[in-house]
Write a protein that binds this ligand. Structure first.
Ligand code: COA
Length: 250
């Protein structure tokens, strides 16, 4: 059940959104994007929620977009509304601070979403990757902007172009993460930080976050990437990459 793949709970004024599909490395399906988008959207009007915390179960933070969904979208077999765009927009638009607890590896959107968060705590062993080129697509989630801004062009290009992993320790040293910690300490630290934020004056917090981010530029880049991404999904390069992944154990 997709509802069980995302668990949304409250801890005081903190809304916790937990990836819970560990057998698939927390790969995100269309239905899961929909649930997350609804949860993040609800925080805009709910004064009782002051902070959003992303966390996950299992050894991966998230293996990114579900590749079966990508394959279905690339062949036109995918039916019904797509929620990924709404997920990306809601996270960029969120006025409440977002904290990420990254206890394990991340791939694709599992990595790029961290660049939209306000505080990030990562396991020091975690490998964060962005294999968009290997998949025949392009960066999403405004990551062609955020990763270059945060890491610098050549470091970002090594991740996108060479497919090198960003290790947890480097994520902290290079400005993506606030701290790289032993895996067991990541979630307690992230939850403590979220509770600290939740205790601060909420309107001042909201204004400060807004002043610190160029939301319009992020949305514009996200849409520009999205147009290219949608075309690339139907390219022979992408189709080959998806079927290679789906057939690799056959
Ligand atoms: N989409 C769909 N299923 C995925 C997935 C994804 N993004 N990532 C992992 N899974 C599934 C695997 O198919 C496998 O399912 P199965 O047990 O039914 O065969 C299960 O999760 C475990 O993955 P496995 O590959 O056996 O684990 P691993 O530790 O050897 O490798 C990854 C983990 C994440 C490195 C590897 O699965 C991978 O490369 N996944 C694709 C990541 C990706 O490209 N995401 C899209 C980014 S845009």
């Amino acid at each position: 059940m997709s509802e069980d793949h995302i668990i949304v709970t409250r801890d005081g004024a903190v809304l916790e959104i937990r990836f819970n599909r560990p057998d698939k490395k927390n790969a995100i399906t269309n239905a899961m994007y929909g649930i997350i988008a609804d949860a993040v959207a609800s925080t805009q009007t709910d004064d009782d929620i002051r902070v959003i915390l992303f966390t996950s179960n299992g050894d991966f933070f998230s293996a990114g977009n579900d590749i079966k969904d990508f394959a279905a979208q690339s062949t036109g077999a995918f039916d019904g509304p797509r929620h990924v765009g709404r997920f990306l927009e809601e996270v960029i638009n969120a006025e409440k601070p977002i904290v990420a607890s990254v206890q394990g590896h991340a791939v694709g959107v599992g990595t790029t979403m961290l660049f939209q968060c306000d505080l990030v705590y990562v396991a020091d062993h975690a490998r964060l990757t962005v294999p968009f080129i290997d998949l025949g697509v392009v960066p999403e989630n405004a990551s062609s902007l955020t990763m270059v801004d945060r890491l610098g062009h050549t470091r970002a290009f090594a991740l996108f172009g060479l497919g090198e992993p960003l290790m947890g320790k480097d994520a902290a040293a290079w400005g993506l993460a606030n701290a790289a910690l032993p895996a067991a300490e990541v979630e307690p630290r992230a939850r403590a930080a979220a509770q600290t934020l939740a205790a601060k004056p909420p309107q001042s917090m909201r204004h400060t976050k807004k002043l610190m981010r160029d939301r319009e530029a992020l949305l514009a880049r996200m849409r520009e990437e999205g147009e290219i991404f949608a075309k690339r999904l139907q390219s022979p390069e992408a189709m080959q990459a998806f079927s290679a992944f789906l057939q690799r154990k056959a």
